[in-house]
Design a binder for this molecule. Structure first.
Ligand code: ADP
Length: 565
């Protein structure tokens, strides 16, 4: 390498030419390393420095980013080294000096010491003069260009420093441009990625809306216009429009639902309230769909009212519910039919006895009348019994009707013991003929609340069953006990017990099943009807198998809910 003597400060036109070439080269350069390399090479070529370094300082560490050296045979080598600086303290001071002023600092030459150099060369024992130029850097990192000359070199002259300043400024601008370009490229890429992600989200959202049959929308109160998602338009089966007047949708609302929808919407909008509606729409060629709509009020940037919301197609769900309801109704109808069958059977059962009585007594009456002379008194007795049995049958019908409708029981205060005595009195003849001794133990002090005829119907049924059970067991002494007593403060209890044949292996609850009978001519409805009568009174009817005995007992509520004991 040639010595710097006579080079620095001389040959300004050559320097300018070199700089113009560098400017051209810089303008073509497309990456930062190349800019730095060009800058460093050019700095060496115009100053004949033996070393040029680009040093960066990020506030903490100082690094030699790049270093150019000139060899003995004028060959310039550039090395992007990124290594720590050697004289850390010196460069820290240089940075402190350069940064605020943005002016070059020259170290180690007497002539410049006075004007520009803030750091004394003796302090840092520099071997060679050194020029440090600030490099503008948009990143916030501070950088300097540091040129080392030979010990015998002339000081950097003003023109050369100016050239270097222009050069480094030009390089800094280029680097800044490249940085900005790189940043813009990154930002563009990010925007592109965001756009791709947005597009994917939009597709996903549309897919989800499709799956859930949910359309989203936004309605502006000021313009009465609606913007909505594709699924919304699919539900309404109308072509997609970016914005459309909401009146179009009103026209698709089912005419029967329209008045209510209108009222609900007007009210919600006036009060700026959330609304939730379900109504029918008529789409396509008259197909009816069910939609659920939910809207939430908002105000736009200008303070105008708008609603955002969702519309869900619930047609499938609603149709399924309707089908389920129809199936339930059909089931209920079938149940009612079977209940009616039970009722018919029970009617036959309950009126059979009085009808038989009527026929027998009517025939007897005819016989007494056909005698000569006619036995009027006996015929009258038979006719009375006919009338009595007919009345009985009529009462049974009335009672059954009350049970069937589950209402219409005329509950009145009933003297329970008296009602029991009346029934046993009526059956006394039959009991005597069957050789059954009835024991009566009545002990209810207060009236119960109920229908006297129905209560008697229950008791009569239980007594007849006991008689049947006693008659089928011929071997034993027949015993039938009817008792009444207070069950607790609220209920009276009637018990019918016999030592008849019992109900064998059947469970007590089975006896109450409709059509359950062990009798050849039985209907199996008596106990079922009895239970429903007692339950309609608020009481309970139960059966119990005891050793040698069958016990039926039922409770009835007291008139005032207390026995008075
Ligand atoms: P039905 O008298 O027409 O058979 P019920 O419903 O009154 O219908 O009685 C059902 C069945 O309960 C009777 O067939 C009988 O087997 C049984 N049962 C009812 N009361 C008694 C009783 N006191 N002792 C034994 N079995 C009884």
């Amino acid at each position: 390498m040639s010595t710097t003597t006579g080079m620095i400060g001389n040959g300004h036109s050559a320097q300018l030419l070199a700089m113009v070439q560098v400017f051209q080269q810089l303008s073509r350069t497309t990456n930062d390393e190349e800019v730095v390399r060009t800058l460093l090479k050019c700095a060496i070529s115009i100053t004949k420095a033996h070393r040029v370094r680009l040093i960066s300082h990020d506030g903490e560490t100082m690094l030699v980013e790049c270093e150019a050296r000139c060899s003995q045979n004028d060959e310039v080598t550039v090395n992007h080294c990124r290594r720590p600086v050697e004289s850390d303290a010196l460069f820290r001071k240089v940075f402190d000096k350069v940064s605020p002023t943005c002016r070059p600092v020259l170290l180690g030459t007497r002539s410049h010491e006075r004007e520009q150099v803030g750091v004394s060369p003796q302090t840092y024992l520099l071997e060679n003069p050194m020029l440090c130029l600030p490099l503008l850097n948009g990143d916030g990192n501070r950088e300097i260009l540091c040129l080392d000359t030979q010990p015998d070199a002339l000081p950097f002259d003003e023109a050369l420093i100016s050239c270097l300043n222009i050069l480094s400024a030009q390089a800094a601008v280029k680097r800044e441009n490249l940085r900005l370009h790189a940043r813009i490229a990154i930002e563009n890429k990010t925007i592109e990625e965001v756009e791709v992600a947005l597009c994917a989200n939009k597709k996903e959202l549309a897919h989800m809306q499709r799956m859930s049959r949910t359309g989203s929308w936004r309605w502006c109160a000021l313009t009465n216009m609606l913007e909505a998602s594709s699924e919304f338009f699919r539900i309404f089966e109308i072509p997609h429009e970016r914005r459309m007047p909401s009146a179009k949708l009103i026209n698709l609302t089912h005419p029967d639902d329209l008045p209510l929808v209108r009222i609900a919407l007007v009210k919600a909008i006036a009060a700026r309230r959330v609304f939730k509606l379900e109504f029918r729409i008529v789409v396509g060629f008259g197909e009816i769909k069910y939609v659920q709509v939910e809207g939430h009020p908002q105000t736009d940037d200008a303070g105008n009212l708008q609603y955002i919301g969702v519309t869900v197609d619930v047609t499938e769900r609603r149709n399924a519910e309707n089908a389920l309801q129809a199936a339930r109704a059909e089931l209920a109808r079938a149940h009612r039919l079977s209940t009616m069958g039970e009722m018919a059977a029970s009617i036959v059962h309950e009126v059979y006895q009085p009808l038989t009585g009527i026929i027998t007594n009517a025939e007897a009456c005819l016989r007494w009348l056909s005698k000569s002379p006619a036995e009027a008194a006996r015929a009258r007795d038979s006719a009375r019994r006919v009338a009595r049995d007919a009345r009985r049958a009529a009462e049974v019908f009335r009672g059954l009707r009350a049970v069937a409708s589950n209402s219409g029981i005329t509950k009145v205060p009933v003297d329970l013991d008296d009602a029991i005595r009346e029934v046993t009195f009526l059956l006394q003849g039959e009991l005597d003929r069957a050789n059954i001794r009835l024991r009566l133990q009545t002990d209810v002090a207060k009236p119960v609340l109920g229908d006297r005829t129905q209560i008697q119907q229950v008791l009569e049924n239980l007594l007849r069953n006991s008689m049947d059970a006693l008659l089928c067991d011929l071997g034993t002494q027949k015993s039938l006990i009817v008792s009444s007593a207070s069950h607790d403060t609220a209920f009276a209890m009637v018990t019918v017990q016999d030592n008849g044949c019992g109900f064998g292996e059947h469970s007590a609850e089975e006896l109450f099943d409709a059509l359950f009978t062990t009798k050849p001519n039985g209907m199996g409805m008596g106990l079922k009807v009895c239970r429903s009568i007692v339950e309609a009174h608020g009481g309970l009817l139960q059966a119990e198998r005891r050793e040698q005995e069958t016990v039926f007992r039922f409770t009835l509520p007291y008139l005032n809910g207390t026995s008075g004991e």
